[in-house]
Design a protein around this ligand. Structure first.
Ligand SMILES: Nc1ncnc2c1ncn2[C@@H]1O[C@H](COP(=O)(O)OP(=O)(O)OP(=O)(O)O)[C@@H](O)[C@H]1O
Length: 312
């Protein structure tokens, strides 16, 4: 039965989230299809996957907002059916508007603080600190309904953080947020993770996924691939490309191809796919380039490859 397995079945309490074989359907649509994942404490974990792959559904299950059809799920050491015991340690920022439009920024934050019993000087200090972090301190007495999309998003994040949660569930938190502030958010998230908090985030922005310690790639309600961004690129079959500027690219390409190296000439530049870094010296000695550049594969390329079913 969902979440009723003995906690002793968890090998340790080192995981914020343990999910095994989760099942969830909406009518005839199977949205979580034997989903298993373990997310350690004190990490940044990014869920990637095409639209409709089940990311939000999984996050809602973790927040205890969804009745699962099967599987085992524990959150901060509690089986999910008793997740209310750890609610005060969870912060959930949804994709939807969850703030009161008629209240000022301060009032919305006070409301959230009140939900977690944060009062008095501690509350005011926390509100100032968080509004500063999201660069909204100057707008504290404005009406929330008047904020731009990005500002609203920033306020939502500040409210989500009011009680200093141990587990942060962030569903596309930086939509509409400008790049400078996004950078500030990420530095803040990294700091929280270093301090022991767990951050589970969904995004469609690959540069954000690259910043996470672990990326889980979901498709069709399953975890298809998981690892660090580097590991995920390898799982997708991607390798770094060495670009070499040489006098006669075609002749050099033939010479390297004769040694079994995967080469091509693109726009007059010789390119070698690096399967084995131990062969770098041999390549350079053989073609004597006037210039070179090593191009790491992007996570976006890995995502496309995995979406095409190119790996696993
Ligand atoms: N309450 C619901 N009732 C019916 N269908 C739902 C419900 N919630 C989600 N779905 C469907 O489940 C599927 C998975 O949705 P989910 O929101 O989990 O995907 P996602 O991976 O988060 O997508 P996106 O990247 O677009 O946010 C979709 O087809 C969605 O329409």
């Amino acid at each position: 039965m969902v979440g009723e397995e003995s906690p002793a079945a968890d090998p340790s309490q080192d995981y914020s989230i343990v999910a095994r074989g989760l099942l969830k359907s909406f009518g005839r649509l199977r949205v979580l299809n034997d989903l298993s994942v373990r997310i350690p404490r004190g990490t940044t974990y990014c869920l990637l996957g095409p639209n409709g792959s089940g990311k939000t559904t999984f996050i809602r299950a973790v927040a205890g907002l969804l009745r699962l059809d099967g599987g085992y799920l524990s959150v901060l050491g509690e089986p999910v059916h008793t997740v209310d015991r750890v609610y005060p340690r969870i912060g959930y920022m949804t994709q939807h508007k969850a703030l009161y439009p008629d209240l000022t920024l301060r009032e919305n934050m006070e409301f959230y603080a009140g939900l977690y019993g944060i009062e008095g000087g501690e509350r005011d200090e926390r509100i100032s600190e968080l509004l500063e972090m999201v660069d909204l301190a100057d707008h504290i007495d404005r009406i929330t309904g008047d904020l731009s999309g990005g500002m609203y998003q920033r306020l939502s994040l500040a409210c989500t953080l009011i009680h200093d949660p141990d587990l942060l569930l962030l569903d596309e938190p930086t939509v509409g947020v400008d790049p400078i502030l996004r950078e500030a958010f990420w530095r803040f998230f990294d700091g929280l993770a270093e301090g022991g908090a767990t951050i589970l985030i969904t995004t469609h922005l690959m540069d954000e996924a690259e910043r996470c310690k672990t990326v889980g790639y979901m498709r069709g309600g399953r975890m298809l691939a998981e690892g660090s961004p580097e590991e995920l690129k390898r799982l997708a079959g991607l390798r770094p490309i060495l670009r070499l500027w040489v006098k006669d690219p075609r002749a050099s390409a033939s010479s390297l191809a004769a040694e079994g190296l995967p080469v091509e000439v693109v726009g007059g530049v010789l390119q070698v796919r690096i399967e084995d870094t131990r062969r770098l010296k041999e390549i350079l000695e053989r073609v004597e380039p006037s210039d070179l550049r090593l191009v790491e594969p992007s996570l976006a390329a890995a995502f496309l490859r995995l979406s095409e079913g190119g790996s696993r």
